[in-house]
Unconditional design. Structure first.
Length: 383
């Protein structure tokens, strides 16, 4: 059991991170970036997840000395993870939840723990509330007052929270470890050669899982129009997800051929960004995408839809182009304009590089750990 793994440790403050899965999604990547810079002398970190099919980042956490534990691995059934949740949270001083369903369960579970061992519960909301199903929103509306601290990753995420609760949310841009990204980049020529790109071709990179909220049909339609207008454009997508087969069929119905490639899950995102000329997102819903902050650190102009926190962080015409969601013509025209204007790409690249330090995750981790310490010291828990 998880508790047995932790006995014998002598931590200052025991922090348990809870998340739905450890696939290559934005919230998971934020946790991985945070794990690289946390204060191991003051805090003892552990992480648990539920989805048995989302284990892509487990090796990365293990390499950092944080051994992920899958809830429900000892008990069968769809809800077997609930049987282990209570014993895990009572072994922590602070439980930080990064998934709305898990958050509701953790808040309730924490109230069943005897007062002396009751952990502090804090949560981070990574997505717009409108992207969650109604039962999820209801569960969070009823249980969120039990949080000792609630963060939102962008102003827009906070604005979508039901009004009676929005005042309890504090916006905290979680950020990335840009230094680590730059240390992983490969030479542009090497990666482009691997991808079969010619020197004069313009590479658009998308890093987004194959899910509804990423609106890949919008991207494919935009790509088809863009390539017809500017044949030098090439589209590369990195990500995996439940729509793989459906999007493969949709791709085959277009005339894109090898002008649009789905690469699936990749661990070499910095290298691919080094090879790219522009970063593209066609999402219908977002919080503040980790991939956009990574693109900034790598000096990539961004073309993205005006959803979530994107319009507040990607300045249209300065850092890239921001277009309406669900409008493939506008997305295509923005991409073609940048493909045909290398001076604009250079200017935007300089702009995003200069702003990248704003998104250094060390600042967010320092804020979070200060709050952990305050809450653990006070033994706080909302009644």
């Amino acid at each position: 059991m998880y508790g047995e793994q932790r006995r014998g440790a002598d931590p200052h403050i025991r922090v348990l991170w809870l998340i739905k899965g450890l696939g290559p999604g934005g919230a998971e990547q934020l946790l991985l970036q945070a794990a690289r810079v946390v204060d191991r002398e003051r805090f003892d970190y552990s992480i648990a997840y539920v989805r048995p099919d989302k284990t892509h980042l487990v090796p990365e956490f293990e390499a950092l000395g944080i051994l992920p534990y899958r809830l429900g691995s000892k008990h069968g059934g769809r809800l077997g993870w609930l049987r282990e949740l209570r014993s895990m949270i009572q072994d922590a001083d602070v439980v930080h939840v990064h998934s709305p369903v898990l958050a509701a369960a953790t808040r309730i579970g924490s109230r069943t723990v005897a007062g002396g061992r009751r952990p502090v519960v804090v949560t981070t909301e990574h997505n717009e509330w409108t992207s969650h199903r109604l039962p999820t929103r209801l569960a969070n509306a009823l249980t969120e007052p039990l949080d000792a601290q609630t963060w939102a990753v962008s102003d827009q995420v906070k604005e979508t929270v039901w009004r009676p609760l929005a005042g309890r949310y504090e916006v905290l841009i979680h950020g990335i470890d840009g230094t680590s990204l730059l240390g992983q980049r490969a030479t542009r020529e090497e990666v482009r050669r691997e991808l079969g790109l010619h020197d004069d071709e313009i590479m658009s990179l998308t890093v987004a899982n194959l899910r509804r909220n990423k609106d890949y049909p919008n991207l494919l339609a935009a790509a088809e129009r863009a390539v017809a207008l500017e044949p030098r454009l090439r589209f590369i997508s990195v990500g995996q997800g439940p729509l793989e087969s459906e999007l493969g069929d949709l791709h085959r119905q277009t005339r894109l051929g090898e002008s649009f490639m789905f690469l699936g899950f990749r661990r070499d995102i910095p290298a691919l960004m080094a090879a790219a000329d522009v970063f593209t997102l066609s999402s219908a819903h977002e919080g503040l995408p980790v991939a956009i902050m990574e693109a900034f650190a790598m000096g990539l102009p961004v073309v993205a839809t005006a959803v979530g926190g994107i319009p507040q962080h990607v300045r249209d015409g300065i850092d890239g182009r921001v277009v309406p969601p669900g409008d493939p013509n506008a997305l295509a025209d923005a991409l073609v304009a940048l493909a045909q204007d290398p001076a604009a790409r250079r200017r935007m690249s300089e702009s995003v590089r200069s702003r990248a330090p704003k998104y250094d995750i060390r600042s967010a981790v320092a804020t979070i750990e200060q709050r952990y310490a305050e809450l653990a010291s006070a033994g706080a828990s909302r009644k």
